[in-house]
Write a protein that binds this ligand. Structure first.
Ligand SMILES: Nc1ncnc2c1ncn2[C@@H]1O[C@H](COP(=O)(O)OP(=O)(O)O)[C@@H](O)[C@H]1O
Ligand SMILES: [Mg+2]
Length: 228
């Protein structure tokens, strides 16, 4: 359901970040993307929610080629792909509840149903009792939980995450990984760039390693495979 064919990406400054990517990710898979700094992991991830366009090649997601998607259609795409970042990217002036509700695609939903859905996802991430808090009143791990709640509030088929535990201590990171596993167990595809060796080596999933813009390894239940 995610398929990249011959994807190349050269940034305007001349850096070639992706150098011929071919990959297929099926619905319901959990995929780690690993590799050294500067390898192209974030660029690879950005292709999937059209934060960047490829220089050439196609990126099919559920039958839509993101390389050709009109800019005006990007907001709609984003509502159907959850995205989680290393630095959370919450809106500081909105409460936890509002940050999640803000992302909810509201189609003829009654206020009651909106509230129900937002509280449902806040419950899932363990933050129902902090709905009225502001982001700066939360720990890093809690902020990441809010951002995960926001990413799934529209029940997307895909959640992609770029170093979601990169700013968190090890204990907190395990809790965040439990959440991603739970989301994946409910049928959602998860694609996650990470540098967290312990997590990759203990929660075994498919591992795609990228180096110099190319996929150099792609293994079911793979290992992290780098020394640092
Ligand atoms: N917006 C950009 N403009 C120019 N070069 C970029 C941009 N984003 C990333 N790069 C370059 O592309 C390469 C891959 O970067 P990135 O995808 O962020 O790698 P990773 O996430 O694996 O560290 C690096 O050389 C980086 O400096
Ligand atoms: Mg990166």
């Amino acid at each position: 359901m995610i398929e990249m064919q011959d994807v190349y990406k050269t940034y305007p400054n001349g850096v070639m970040a992706l150098n011929g990517i071919n990959v297929r990710i099926k619905q319901g898979e959990f995929v780690y993307v690993v590799g050294p700094s500067g390898a192209g992991k974030s660029t690879f991830i950005k292709m999937m929610y059209r934060e960047e366009k490829p220089t050439s090649g196609s990126i099919m997601i559920n039958g839509v080629n993101l390389a050709k998607l009109k800019d005006s259609k990007v907001p709609l795409l984003r509502r159907h792909i959850g995205v989680v970042f290393q630095d959370f990217k919450l809106l500081p002036k909105l409460t936890v509840y509002e940050n999640v509700a803000f992302a909810l695609e509201v189609i003829e939903e009654s206020p009651k149903n909106i509230k129900k859905r937002v509280m449902e996802v806040l419950d899932l991430v363990g933050l129902k009792n902090k709905a009225r808090f502001y982001p700066d009143e939360l720990s890093g791990g809690e902020q990441q939980r809010v951002s995960i709640a926001r990413s799934i509030v529209n029940s997307p088929k895909i959640v992609i995450a770029d170093e979601p535990t990169g700013n968190l201590d090890p204990d907190t990171s395990w809790g965040i990984m439990d959440l991603f596993e739970e989301i994946n167990n409910r049928g959602t595809t998860v694609v996650m760039a990470t540098h967290n060796r312990e997590i990759v080596n203990s929660i075994k999933k498919r591992v795609i390693a990228i180096e110099n813009g190319k996929i150099v390894r792609d293994e079911a239940k793979g290992e992290y495979g780098y020394d640092s």
